[in-house]
Write a protein that binds this ligand. Structure first.
Ligand SMILES: Nc1ncnc2c1ncn2[C@@H]1O[C@H](COP(=O)(O)OP(=O)(O)O)[C@@H](O)[C@H]1O
Ligand SMILES: [Mg+2]
Length: 275
């Protein structure tokens, strides 16, 4: 009899190591054709208690997907499409170009057209998520995936929360002090990473704490030399963004079209760059 320890899928079948994309603390992601399947981490000899913790985590993420994509045939703009939810697993469209983090690490600063496209797609994605009353709570380059055409989409709703129907999105804070404003701070940090070709620098969970905090403004990096400076600064100072992610979408559109006009030579020289 074979007593070696193997990873098992949700039906108790042994997982081939060549199919593993990622092995985390709670979740395992394996590739099957054009899907990535996220499932709880289960080893042959794991205790039931530890398996149950992983399963509960996946089931919470399934609940989030049911809010984001109540009809699985309809994708949500800017979010990695979920193709099926069964048992304790989540099936997602396979994103062939990996994470934003991997891309920045291997290729450095992206081209200007890619920077513009990604900022715009991310703002749209976060607006879609918030419009479904979900807080992402873990927006970081490792949780943003790229498809064949280098479109960027949100994934990993493992620590997300649902804003109850009787609460105002603008005022709501979950049990870990997360809110739409902390999502925007993290979004600004990802923008900074994209424009600088490096890792995000803003941490809303200081000292490895579980509770989110607004980072003091004077500890944040200087972005004045970046084309999206005004947008990033306002993401970091949420009092400036009453319209939330939807306002970020509009602001990026304005800045991008200002620069496109400038490049095409049709901007009035006296016109100020929009913030
Ligand atoms: N749909 C997907 N396509 C390709 N790779 C994926 C996909 N989903 C997840 N991954 C890979 O698996 C990693 C972990 O997935 P994630 O959902 O972030 O799980 P965790 O909750 O463990 O962080 C991602 O950073 C990415 O590298
Ligand atoms: Mg993750």
């Amino acid at each position: 009899m074979d007593h070696r320890d193997f990873l098992l899928d949700d039906l108790g079948r042994r997982i081939q190591s060549s199919t593993i994309i990622h092995l985390g603390e709670y979740a395992l992601v394996v590739r099957r054709f054009d899907t990535a399947i996220k499932m709880p981490v289960v080893h042959t000899y794991d205790a039931d208690t530890s398996i149950n913790v992983c399963r509960a985590q996946l089931r919470q993420e399934q609940r989030i997907y049911r809010c984001l994509q109540p009809d699985l045939r309809q994708e949500l703009q800017g979010v990695v499409p979920c193709t099926a939810v069964w048992g304790n697993t989540i099936e997602l469209q396979y994103m062939s170009q990996g994470t934003l983090g991997q891309m920045l690490e291997s290729r450095g600063v992206p081209s200007l057209p890619l920077q513009r496209r990604w900022l715009y797609q991310l703002a749209i994605g976060l607006d879609s998520i918030h419009s479904r009353r979900i807080l992402h709570n873990d927006i970081a380059p490792r949780n943003l995936l790229l498809d064949d055409s280098l479109n960027i989409k949100f994934t990993d709703f493992g620590v997300s929360s649902i804003v109850p129907k009787n609460e105002d999105m603008h005022d709501f804070m979950d049990g870990y002090n997360c809110s739409m404003w902390t999502d925007l701070i993290q979004l600004g940090s990802v923008f900074y990473a994209i424009l600088g070709g490096q890792r995000s620098v803003v941490n809303i969970y200081p000292n490895h704490g579980a509770f989110a905090e607004y980072p003091p403004l004077d500890t944040l990096p200087d972005v004045s030399h970046m084309w999206a400076a005004g947008v990033i600064e306002d993401c970091w100072n949420p009092r400036e963004l009453h319209g939330g992610a939807r306002e970020v979408v509009q602001r990026i559109k304005n800045v991008v079209s200002y620069y496109e006009d400038l490049e095409a030579g049709c901007t009035n020289l006296g016109m100020k760059r929009p913030r």
